[in-house]
Design a protein around this ligand. Structure first.
Ligand code: SF4
Length: 220
């Protein structure tokens, strides 16, 4: 091989590697940037007293998971166990959600999990409209930072927040909707499945909803 040809080849390789390095650097700095943005937001939630729920909470529950997740689950509000531990979906409903995630060929760490409101409503009552509207900005920021490909809303309340429809969850579930260019699919809340444990139809419906998500994400 001629010497000038060898030099040309080396130059090409160097160019190729510096482009890869640059792309890797950009991807890493974007990830770091998003991590920082989420940490700042988390700190705001930690100190938030914008609604009455701040006075009865033990811990605000910001959310957790992969900050580059393709799939985000959104429930309505933390329950007793979540309030104690400051983590989303760690009670019985959370254990069922984890099983559903595993059945989808994913791990909990692969997805991002959060709620519409970040503090527990007393005695697990439904969050009120003004609490939802006061807290919603945090969730919208989380979605903007994480940019999932699919959002699965769990239960009636998060479905109503994103889908302006008077239809009940039984009608809304299992269909894809659009939220800011992101696919959004409502399904039942795991605690509803637990409360109706003998109702096999509900379980089948949730699984058929999740199969649609899996197909969209190429997980089948
Ligand atoms: S529920 Fe949301 S708005 Fe209300 S205090 Fe908690 S973080 Fe703030």
């Amino acid at each position: 091989m001629r010497f000038d040809k060898i030099i040309e080849d080396i130059k090409e390789w160097l160019k190729f590697y510096s482009e890869i390095e640059r792309e890797t650097y950009l991807a890493l700095s974007l990830k770091e940037n998003n991590f920082e943005k989420l940490e700042i937001l988390k700190e705001k939630v930690k100190n938030c007293k914008k609604c009455n729920l701040s006075s009865s909470r033990i811990n605000p529950v910001f959310g957790e998971g992969n900050i580059e997740a393709d799939l985000m689950f959104i429930g309505e509000a933390p329950g007793e166990e979540e309030d104690k531990r400051g983590r989303p979906f760690v009670g019985r409903a959370g254990q069922l959600l984890t099983k559903i995630i595993l059945a989808m060929k994913l791990k909990r760490e692969d997805v991002y999990i959060t709620n519409v409101v970040k503090c527990r409503p007393p005695r697990n009552r439904d969050p009120k409209n003004d609490e939802i509207s006061t807290c919603l900005g945090y969730l919208i920021e989380q979605i903007k930072i994480i940019k999932p490909k699919v959002i699965v809303t769990l239960g009636r309340i998060p479905a109503k927040v994103f889908i302006k429809s008077s239809q009940p969850i039984t009608r809304l579930r299992g269909n894809f909707y659009d939220y800011q260019g992101i696919k959004l699919l409502p399904t039942y809340h795991p605690s509803y499945l637990i409360r109706n444990e003998s109702n096999i139809k509900l379980k089948k419906e949730v699984w058929s909803d999740m199969k649609k998500v899996m197909a969209f994400l190429g997980l089948e």
